[in-house]
Write a protein that binds this ligand. Structure first.
Ligand code: MG
Length: 472
């Protein structure tokens, strides 16, 4: 394209953008008015922290979770729901933006000394729902930047209550924020009473906004360590403090479902439940391999329950692949709008409504920090890279480095969910197809991510090629 042509083209884009902005704004206002009359759906998104795929009763777990089990009976339970990352901050970035955390600018866990957070260029679910007339609140662990400019109240939420990062980060301060105002509730959180206090905040918010519409995002602090339960639950579970904490979370979900019934909001409220990543030191990944911090399924596959009586069929199990990145496009469309940034997730309402059991979609990528490690399409998953040591364990003297595998590993998750039997040698065409997709998809990521990917594959493999059993 010659220079004048380029300038013209960009002026044209600018004009289109301005026009579409004006049209969108006008349409948004009209839609908001129309929906207010129709009764736009309320949305409650409950997000546990470090909960394993195998922890809940309805997923075969040992700990009694009657309220979550009831939610599964009254709604839909997913068996292939993937977090976009195996650790806390990036998985939340993906949940709230519908984009890979490596695209959304939060590829790693944030710490209290960090001066950064979710970039302003990202748009959250709350920011998309606000112009439609939604009241919004975030209760719990934010973990997308703790400085005032990064708090939920600057990202589309009217109110925030909770610890802005993990409860093992010092000091675990409890904040209450409204736009332009941040108060410290506790310099050092009383961890035992967090879940009941979060629940009380949620019940007050629901009651105050029962006229709707509202969006409640409730990212719980637990079962991330250090674990603590209130006297009502402490010591009551036969599965130690983890069991106590999970039973209190389960109770909290029950309180919310009861409040919806009390206010006659059940049919008009979509309730979603999941977790950010797999279990850490305690908790069960079920039959899956790996835990928090790995891209094996145990690190990223999560329980996912969805309930909206009359809209989501009761007692159904969905085996189709879905991702935390699907929540934004699905919820925003249901509420009458559409994403403003390009998103990596898709609208999974055809699954939730029971119209379809599986959706055609591009391969889902699994990143650890900046690095692509695996890809999933349908029942197959290909591993191409891995760190040279496990996370949270002593690193080799040379440092912890992401390295290419001696040869890609292919697993059929439909009959090998624990990723134990590599079938790459027998399926070279599937491996080749995955490699082509990875190469093509990676071209669309920011330069830092493409560079990290190229640097990984310029390195020597995780082990001696000569010693690799497949290559002898
Ligand atoms: Mg977590």
């Amino acid at each position: 394209m010659h220079l004048p042509e380029f300038i013209l083209y960009n002026s044209y884009l600018l004009m289109l953008n301005r026009r579409s902005f004006l049209t969108t704004t006008a349409a948004g206002l009209a839609a908001a008015t129309a929906h207010a009359a129709e009764g736009k759906p309320n949305v409650i998104l409950i997000y546990a922290d470090d909960l394993g795929y195998g922890d809940l009763g309805c997923y075969g777990g040992k700990i009694a979770t009657p309220h979550l089990d009831r939610m599964a009976r009254e709604g839909m339970r997913f068996t292939n729901f993937l977090s976009a990352n195996p650790v806390c901050s990036p998985s939340r970035a993906a949940l709230l933006t519908g984009r890979y955390p490596t695209r959304a600018g939060v590829p790693r866990v944030l710490f209290p000394q960090d001066q950064v957070g979710l970039p302003d260029s990202e748009v959250t679910i709350a920011q998309l729902l606000k112009p439609l007339g939604y009241k919004t609140m975030c209760i719990g662990k934010w973990h997308l930047g703790h400085l005032p400019k990064y708090l939920p109240t600057n990202r589309g939420f009217d109110e925030y209550y909770g610890i802005p990062y993990s409860n093992d980060m010092i000091p675990p301060v409890v904040l209450h924020a409204t736009p332009g105002k941040v108060e410290t509730v506790e310099e050092r959180a009383t961890l035992e009473t967090l879940t009941p206090r979060y629940t009380e905040q949620a019940l007050q918010f629901i009651e105050a906004n029962k006229g709707g519409p509202f969006f409640l995002y409730m990212p719980h602090t637990y079962p991330h360590i250090p674990l603590a339960a209130s006297p009502r639950f402490k010591g009551k579970s036969p599965h130690g403090i983890y069991g106590d904490v999970l039973q209190e979370l389960d109770w909290s979900v029950g309180e919310i479902l009861t409040a919806l019934k009390k206010h006659n909001l059940e049919k008009n409220t979509l309730v979603l439940f999941s977790s950010d990543n797999g279990p850490w030191f305690m908790g069960s990944p079920g039959h899956l391999r790996g835990r928090k911090g790995t891209t094996y399924e145990g690190g990223v596959r999560e329980p996912f329950l969805a309930r909206m009586p009359g809209k989501i069929p009761a007692g159904k199990v969905c085996h189709g692949v879905a991702s935390t990145m699907d929540i934004l496009p699905t919820v925003v469309k249901l509420c009458g709008s559409s994403p403003s940034n390009p998103v990596d997730g898709i609208d999974i309402w055809p699954l939730l409504s029971g119209q379809k059991q599986e959706l055609e979609r591009e391969a889902l990528l699994y990143f650890d920090n900046l690095y692509l490690q695996c890809a999933r399409k349908g029942k197959y998953k290909l591993h191409v890279a891995r760190y040279n040591s496990a996370v949270y364990s002593p690193a080799p003297a040379s440092g912890r480095v992401n390295l290419p595998l001696p040869a890609p590993e292919l697993y059929d998750l439909s009959n090998d969910p624990d990723e134990s039997y590599d079938i790459a040698p027998e399926n070279p065409e599937i491996v080749k197809d995955f490699e082509g997709r990875i190469e093509r998809l990676m071209r669309g990521f920011p330069e830092q991510i493409r560079k990290a990917h190229a640097e990984t594959f310029a390195k020597q493999t995780t082990g001696s090629t000569a010693a690799h059993p497949r290559l002898k």
